[in-house]
Design a protein around this ligand. Structure first.
Ligand SMILES: [Zn+2]
Length: 225
């Protein structure tokens, strides 16, 4: 049986209208072009070429899915076959609702896509057990290769009830599986105990837990050649 993913949902989302200024208009693709035009190492050139040609695996985490392809194909597949939503913009604010958080028997995960800088990012929010401790983790993965992923940064913030917790990270490429990133804990981690302090809802029945997670993506200044 595939894990059920409907314990977790986004109740509402607010797109921040702030458009953060782009610090540079230098695209990493320009760097690749220079590398490819002026190779000083044939092996390096071959590795870049091979890695670019290798198809990506479907990054959807809730199902064992064998679909592979280039980014455009995967975007269509995620939207049509997994009903994943795509949001435009470099910043976002989501409210995740976890139903019956005290009865988490298996990892439950939510994926949304973010489209900015002409690239796409997977935003994961997952409830799981780390050993026996119930946790939440949120992180981003870049839909592309590792070299380009490293030119981006992102931040995530969970807040509410006068408290906030912030994470800043570098998105990992979807060449790494969602599970690899989760297990390496490369993201914003919140224990369920801590999560309850961010809840503004005084729901004493504890039937659901609402977390407001906001964040943004930006491109780092490229190293001048
Ligand atoms: Zn898939």
């Amino acid at each position: 049986m595939e894990p059920r993913i409907n314990d977790l949902q986004i109740e509402s989302r607010v797109h921040a209208l702030l458009d953060f200024p782009v610090r540079t208009n230098q695209m990493p693709s320009a760097i690749y072009q220079i590398l490819l035009q002026c190779p000083n190492d044939d092996t390096e050139e071959l590795n870049i070429e091979n890695s670019k040609k290798k198809p990506y695996k479907c990054p959807y985490s809730g199902a064992k899915c064998n679909v592979t392809g280039d980014i455009q194909r995967l975007l269509l597949h995620l939207r049509n076959d997994h009903n994943v939503e795509m949001h435009d913009g470099r910043s976002f604010s989501h409210r995740y609702v976890h139903h019956n958080p005290k009865h988490l028997h298996h990892a439950t995960c939510m994926l949304t896509l973010l489209d900015c800088f002409g690239r796409q990012f997977c935003l994961y929010f997952e409830a799981f057990h780390l050993r026996k401790t119930p946790m939440y983790i949120a992180f981003m993965q870049f839909m592309g290769d590792e070299e380009e992923a490293m030119s981006f940064s992102y931040s995530l913030e969970v807040g509410g009830n006068g408290r906030k917790l912030t994470w800043q990270g570098v998105p990992r490429s979807i060449r790494d599986s969602h599970k690899t990133v989760r297990d390496s804990q490369d993201g914003l981690i919140i224990t369920r105990k801590l999560a309850s302090f961010f809840c503004t809802d005084n729901n004493t029945t504890n039937k659901e837990l609402k977390l407001k997670v906001s964040g943004r993506v930006w491109r780092e200044q490229p190293i001048s050649l």
